[in-house]
Design a protein around this ligand. Structure first.
Ligand code: SF4
Length: 964
């Protein structure tokens, strides 16, 4: 008996009850982050999903989406069998067919194309995580018309990074969460790098007072991460580049830059030819061997800038041996950014950020970088063989995503951020922003896009991948007369560095037959008639439009692969039903976007946790089977038999790009003891599964920083095939490839743009970052369309993937238009009012919610919540369809007409990135009789026969209770 009369009896609670018969590891796919999960199974059903504590991406953390994967798996929106269209396209009338018939049909359609003109296949995929396979497959087929979702997501960010620092944010790099003292985040939605950022921010916030870090979020909207920032800067959309260049102005003015870092690791000392009007004006001065030159202060002459003992002049004007004048990049840079137009006072007028705030942020950055310097006692050797006793850190880190990227000035804005990082010396140093292997890579990358007219031949693979990184006009995919070679016009004069393609233009161009008609549009998990389309109503009309003379559809055939009854299914002629992510093998490969972190390289797989209970097949299996039927050389043996009869798992293990290098880097070699390079290991997948479905190689301490110049790391990265040569990666603050395009626009070289495009290229292909007004804003009347309109992605939904998820729908079943309270008052609008949102392209009717924490010139809503009636097997009167809406309806894929009538794509002029966030609107109160439902509404879709009845009441879990 207790001596303490107040003691309570200790309750016996089992904190870890056994909930499952079996636990299988795999990789989450409820968003793009690739967290490790453990799936608990009971009686052959999924009981529970848990984060894998050993996994390098999420370390056990699981978000709402990840745990709700159960409802995606058991969704009544899952397609159940291959479908063949029997009614008019768009009506959703299908008959179920068997896989034999479906595959034979697809092989017949595609075989005809491949035998005659392979570019008539346009193969585009969504956020599919298997681009290492799909891009390779397209090249094997021989079509240049391939891309994934990157062109409408964040190619500006990726390309700007690759062309500047040989890496990029998110999948290619991350803040040093442990050591950074100042984090500056730009335009980040809650779903990108979701769990790692949450973990990282938790680390920052949990620091002891003496190591506290400041987190500043620059975003027009204060949701998600911005809501927990120490300082929120509610910038006007599309002006981030100017804000950053004003910070650069301040740092230069105050002489708070890391000159030593600039001299050692960047092209800032390189000499730029000054020959106004000449063919070499603005190019880097080079010696006979092609090496860049700098002016050596000790030798008093121009010398190879890559010599280790060089003492480069950073300012001045010098005469080259051939008589031409040249200036160091630094001089050009300083001249430009010290101009008054980049001063905080001028930037404040455009960005809405007070000049005093810009000055203070610049001072804070400088303080963190130079007054809070970190030193790690880790000796290392640089590329020139110089030993350093310690690693110096400038603990300022940055992160940026789609909010910066999805503007028509996004490429330069992203380059400006990298410029700022470099000036502070905070790239890949302790406390700074750090690369994830296999990055950094040499910039510009040697990988060029294939698909020039001579590359495309019947029955012949392309000589290289369809996507790449052009470095001059000679790399463009254009015909002799300048006509684009690709259906999306990527890598043409309209978007020369469209490194991820231009998916948002495919349907519009194919419908017009511009630059040529196609035969088959083959899409995989890309909801291109709805939330992945600009101009949704127009897109639906294009997909169903017929040639008046022949009566044929203008896009003759559409094959669509998806696991769910999305809005796009109704427009397919042939539907190939995919599995859920818990029913198949996948490969998160180093060839694509792997799961590396700054301290280690890694890749991962998915394994089937359950067998499909429907007549569906993994799309990757289907693609490999289809390729074998078509006789694609990489997919058949010499005798014509299938090379990978075990389909995707077989391909993952046995396919090699070069001898010893395959889809997975872990447990290679016949005994599984090699990594990165080694013979095929038939038991490789078993080894992955035994390790929780991932592989990770931890870098030694001396390889963790300064990897752009770290000899030990560069040698290792070269030995495992991450880089093509063990030489330093020199940051390209001055981008010579851009200048080459600009010179062409100025009339130099054999390849020049059409006259119509000369001024546009001349203006935008500036080799140093610039800021200009986003195109739509510049084209429309500001008084008629005074507001910016944006979408944000919520933490609990990823694009439309959560649409059918019974649990996640309860969090985001419908969406509102959010507006600042002050703006609402000015417009005499209140929460719950129904309003019209009107752009130059169209109008939508939506319900309003006023709030704090949003830029006053901005309205916004959650992305992809609105659903077409009946789609995703939702009830026709579901909240998503009555009260939900898309901004896509008022975004055009084309900009307003130029004076000559030409309409450019609504894109960045350099990369072709879809400019979703350039949208300008006005908001007007709807009439009382218009209230009640969102507009537009489209005809209700009927789920294909054979799909399960959606339950009126969700009973998931009842079966487990019964057993308990
Ligand atoms: S962050 Fe993404 S990948 Fe990770 S658990 Fe959540 S949904 Fe899954």
């Amino acid at each position: 008996m207790s001596l303490n009369p107040f003691a309570t009896v200790a309750e016996q609670i089992d904190l870890s009850p056994t909930v499952s018969d079996e636990v299988k590891t795999t990789t989450c796919y409820m968003c793009a982050c690739r967290c490790g999960i453990k799936v608990h199974l009971r009686d052959g059903r999924i009981r529970y999903i848990e984060g894998n504590r050993d996994h390098p991406v999420n370390k056990g953390v699981l978000c709402a989406k990840g745990s709700a994967g159960i409802m995606n798996h058991y969704s009544p929106a899952r397609l159940t069998a291959p479908l063949l269209r029997v009614g008019p396209r768009g009506a959703g009338e299908f008959k179920e067919i068997g896989w034999d018939e479906a595959m034979a049909l697809a092989a017949e359609w595609l075989g005809k194309i491949r035998r005659t003109d392979p570019r008539k296949l346009a193969f585009f995929t969504g956020r599919d995580q298997s681009q290492a396979l799909t891009g390779w497959w397209a090249a094997q087929f021989g079509t240049p018309n391939y891309a994934a979702h990157g062109g409408f997501c964040s190619v500006n960010m990726a390309a700007a990074g690759i062309y500047t620092i040989g890496g990029s944010f998110w999948e290619f790099g991350e803040p040093d969460w442990e050591r950074t003292r100042y984090l500056l985040m730009f335009g980040v939605a809650e779903d990108h790098d979701s769990n790692p950022i949450k973990i990282g921010l938790g680390q920052l916030k949990g620091r002891p007072a003496d190591r506290r870090a400041k987190f500043v979020s620059v975003n027009p909207i204060r949701t998600g991460y911005s809501a927990i920032a120490d300082e929120w800067i509610g910038i006007r959309p599309g002006t981030d580049g100017l804000f950053v260049l004003a910070l650069v102005h301040e740092l230069l003015r105050a002489d708070k830059i890391d000159l030593d870092f600039l001299a050692r690791y960047t092209n800032v000392p390189w000499l730029v030819v000054q020959d106004a009007g000449g063919a070499s004006d603005g190019l880097i001065a080079r010696d006979g061997a092609g090496h860049p030159l700098c002016w050596d202060r000790q030798r008093g002459q121009a010398v190879d800038a890559l010599l280790p003992d060089v003492a480069p002049a950073m300012v001045g004007e010098f005469q080259l041996a051939d008589g031409r004048r040249a200036m160091p990049v630094f001089q050009l840079m300083a001249q430009r950014y010290l101009e008054a137009r980049y001063s905080p006072d001028e930037a404040a007028k455009v960005t809405g950020v007070p000049a005093a705030t810009i000055r203070r942020i610049a001072a804070e950055l400088a303080h963190a970088a130079f007054e809070q310097q970190i030193e790690l006692e880790i000796p290392w050797t640089d590329w020139a063989g110089r030993r350093h006793e310690r690693m110096i850190g400038r603990p300022v880190s940055m992160h940026a995503m789609r909010g910066i990227s999805a503007h028509s000035n996004g490429f330069h804005a992203c380059r400006a951020i990298h410029l700022l990082q470099i000036l502070l010396g905070s790239i890949d140093c302790p406390g700074g922003w750090r690369y994830k292997p296999p990055f950094p890579r040499h910039t510009p990358l040697a990988l060029k896009p294939a698909g020039k007219p001579g590359d495309v031949k019947p029955n012949t693979p392309l000589p290289g991948p369809p996507l790449g990184f052009p470095t001059g006009p000679e790399d463009l995919l254009i015909a002799a007369d300048g006509t684009p070679a690709r259906i999306d016009k990527a890598f043409s004069w309209e978007a020369p560095i469209a490194a991820h393609g231009m998916m948002h233009m495919v349907i519009a161009n194919a419908h017009k037959g511009d630059p040529y008609p196609i035969d088959t549009l083959f899409l995989f998990m890309a909801n291109m008639s709805w939330n992945s389309a600009m101009n949704t109503a127009g897109t639906m009309a294009m997909l169903t439009d017929k040639d008046t003379a022949s009566g044929d559809y203008k896009i003759p055939r559409i094959i669509y692969a998806d696991a769910y009854f999305s809005e796009m299914v109704a427009y397919a002629d042939l539907v190939l039903p995919d599995t859920t992510y818990l029913e198949r093998h996948d490969c998160i490969s180093l060839f694509d976007r792997p799961i590396c972190d700054a301290d280690g390289a890694g890749d991962a797989i998915r394994q089937p946790v359950l067998k499909p209970d429907r007549d569906v097949r993994p799309f990757q299996d289907v693609l490999i089977d289809l390729g074998a039927r078509l006789g694609l050389p990489g997919l058949v043996n010499a005798d014509g038999s299938a090379k990978y009869p075990g389909f995707y798992p077989d391909y993952i293990v046995n396919h090699e790009r070069v001898p010893g290098v395959g889809m997975l880097a872990g447990w290679r070699g016949t005994d599984g003891e090699k990594q990165c390079v080694g013979e095929r290991n038939p038991r490789q997948l078993e080894r992955y599964i035994a390790n929780g479905c991932f592989w990770r190689y931890e870098l030694p301490d001396e390889h963790r920083f300064y990897r752009h110049a770290n000899k030990g790391y560069l040698d290792w990265a070269h030995s495992v095939g991450f880089i093509t040569r063990p030489t330093p990666v020199i940051f390209q603050l001055y981008s010579e490839p851009l200048q080459k395009f600009r010179l062409a626009a100025r009339g130099h070289g054999a390849l020049q743009p059409p006259d119509r495009l000369r001024a546009r290229i001349d203006a935008h292909f500036d080799p140093l970052p610039i800021w200009y007004q986003p195109f739509e804003e510049a084209a429309v009347d500001g008084a008629s369309f005074p507001l910016h309109a944006l979408t944000q992605r919520p933490m609990a939904m990823y694009h439309s993937w959560g649409s059918q998820n019974a649990w996640l729908r309860q969090i985001h079943g419908h969406n509102r238009l959010h507006m600042s309270r002050q703006t609402g008052e000015r417009l005499d609008l209140r929460t719950d009012d129904w309003v019209w949102v009107i752009s130059h392209h169209g109008r939508i009717r939506v319900q309003l919610k006023l709030m704090e924490g949003v830029n006053e010139a901005t309205v916004w809503t959650w992305n992809a919540i609105g659903k077409r009636k009946g789609s995703w097997n939702l009830a026709p009167d579901a909240a998503e369809s009555r009260l939900g809406f898309l901004l896509n309806h008022v975004i055009s894929e084309l900009l307003p007409p130029q004076p000559d009538g030409h309409r450019y794509a609504n894109s960045d002029p350099i990369t072709g990135q879809a400019a979703w966030y350039d949208l300008r609107v006005r908001v007007e109160k709807a009439k009382p009789e218009e209230a009640g439902e969102t507009y537009p509404a489209f005809a209700t879709l009927t789920p294909p026969r054979g799909m399960p009845q959606r339950p009126a009441v969700l009973t998931y879990g009842a079966e487990f209770r019964e057993r308990d």
